[in-house]
Design a protein around this ligand. Structure first.
Ligand code: H79
Length: 470
């Protein structure tokens, strides 16, 4: 007789039970971000947001002409983020354009990139279709300033990625810089060639390039999971609504990030900034593995896997998604250190993913840190000190305690209302029961001498209902 493996059975059960429990408990499953999404809070929106809420972990890819200079212009190292080199070095359009003639990423392999995202345990990919430099990384009929028409490469990497994503069953979204376009006289941002933004015919640029290019992206690449707009300079409510209308007409399931302007499906946090507390809305943190988004040959200061796992768990325990970036080279290679560190996260997720994908936020909060009673910052506000010992994520009937610092022989948890029926470590394939002692609302679990996982050992506490006192 063929039996379902235990793990699978449990997953299956959770999938079945989750929607019931969520509805039964009357938990507000969808929260309002802003603009029209507030008005559209509905079962339809819940359905549209479902994959995003389940996914938690995505791959951001910043790839464009800026990978050619890779942080250096005319022998000078240019400080700051790599994809801003045109702006930081005030490179005239006519000179920057020439980079296209040198862009020939023959080592680009869409399947290899997508396989890496899959190995890392990521559930969606967002790639730059056009960054602030204005160069389209796909075959665009709207402007000849694109990879198909202006480079010796003459391939459409977004087409190849879309096909690879479909093969590997992972979602694909596009970053599109809707406001800044340093290549266009009427786009925002290029003051060194074209003067002040407030003298420009911005709507001419929007209607003539940005809107028709977004239309192409939503028409020629199959299902697009989201469009990641950025830096909404001069984006009035009416201008952002025009993009929103395009999306709703062409791909009603496609999400809008939090940086279009007045409209969006979720909140985008600041680059690399993780909130201190749980947020009861949909949100995402875009983040780097080093200090740049676009490839820079001098930036080799990589965050170790331990930090990436901590950040992923920290974010999930507060209700957000982690969109983690790689900056491939001009040859089409994702830097080896990025690959290695992401795959290390993936190996941890293979064992502990149950506590991440589709998991809910911490019912505690005390583990996140606290405001100092004595220390004040420059503005006189108390300093928040982050604690990094443990985090908590939940599923119906389960509390997952993520232990970053092995607490020794026992782990003590306060504020537990419900009886903990079983305790075990996710990394233990036998799920051997650990001894539980309860006293009032304190539960003490006896642990083995050594942590079973690198980075984060997850202690699963099975309760009748995952309810904890706040
Ligand atoms: O796409 C990535 C960045 O290029 C983009 N958002 C992420 C996802 C981004 N656009 N603007 N910013 C981030 C913030 C810009 C900061 C700036 Fe600067 C400070 C621009 C000018 C001064 C940093 C320092 C960039 C140039 C100098």
């Amino acid at each position: 007789m063929v039996t379902m493996p235990r793990m699978l059975k449990r997953r299956f059960l959770i999938i079945l039970i989750l929607p019931l429990v969520v509805f039964a408990a009357g938990v507000p499953t969808a929260q309002i971000v802003r603009g029209q999404s507030a008005a559209q809070e509905s079962p339809e929106r819940d359905a549209r947001m479902r994959w995003f809420r389940e996914a938690k972990f995505g791959l951001f890819i910043h790839w464009g002409l800026y990978a050619v200079p890779a942080g250096e212009w005319k022998g000078q190292a240019i400080p700051g983020i790599g994809e801003w080199i045109m702006n930081r070095a005030k490179i005239p359009v006519k000179e920057y354009e020439q980079l296209a003639t040198q862009f020939n990423p023959t080592k680009f392999n869409a399947d290899a990139w997508v396989q890496m995202a899959v190995d890392a345990g990521m559930k969606y990919i967002v790639i730059t279709s056009k960054h602030h430099d204005g160069f389209a990384m796909y075959g665009s009929k709207v402007s000849p300033y694109n990879i198909l028409d202006a480079t010796p490469f003459k391939r459409d990497p977004l087409k190849e990625l879309a096909a690879a994503c479909a093969r590997h069953k992972i979602r694909l979204g596009f970053y599109y810089s809707q406001a800044q376009d340093w290549h266009e006289p009427n786009g925002a941002g290029n003051t060194w060639d074209f003067g002040a933004d407030d003298k420009k015919d911005f709507d001419q640029y929007l209607r003539g390039k940005a809107e028709p290019q977004v239309r192409e992206l939503l028409t020629n690449y199959g299902p697009v999971c989201l469009i990641w707009f950025d830096t909404p300079r001069m984006m009035t409510a009416e201008r952002s609504q025009r993009f929103a209308d395009l999306l709703h007409t062409l791909q009603p399931q496609c999400l809008i990030d939090g940086r279009l302007g007045a409209v969006g499906d979720y909140r985008s946090m600041g680059d690399n900034s993780i909130p201190q507390a749980v947020l009861k809305e949909d949100w995402e943190v875009p983040a780097t593995l080093n200090h740049t988004w676009g490839f820079k040959k001098d930036d080799t200061d990589w965050k170790p896997p331990s930090e990436l796992v901590f950040k992923l768990v920290d974010i999930v325990s507060k209700g957000g998604n982690y969109l983690l970036n790689v900056g491939p080279t001009a040859e089409g290679i994702i830097p080896q250190a990025s690959q290695d560190n992401l795959r290390a996260v993936g190996r941890w997720l293979k064992v502990n993913g149950e506590a991440i994908y589709g998991a809910g936020t911490t019912p505690f909060g005390t583990e996140l840190g606290a405001y100092s009673e004595t220390e004040k910052d420059k503005t006189g506000k108390p300093v928040f000190t982050v604690s990094e010992d443990w985090r908590c994520t939940i599923k119906p009937g389960k509390l997952y305690i993520h232990l970053f610092r092995w607490p020794g022989k026992t782990f003590e948890l306060h504020g537990i209302k419900d009886t903990v029926e079983r305790a075990y470590l996710l990394a233990d394939p036998a799920h051997k029961r650990l001894a539980i002692m309860s006293s009032g609302d304190t539960v003490t679990i006896t642990l083995p001498a050594q942590p079973p996982s690198e980075y984060d050992s997850v202690l699963c506490l099975a309760t009748k209902a995952a309810v904890a006192k706040r």
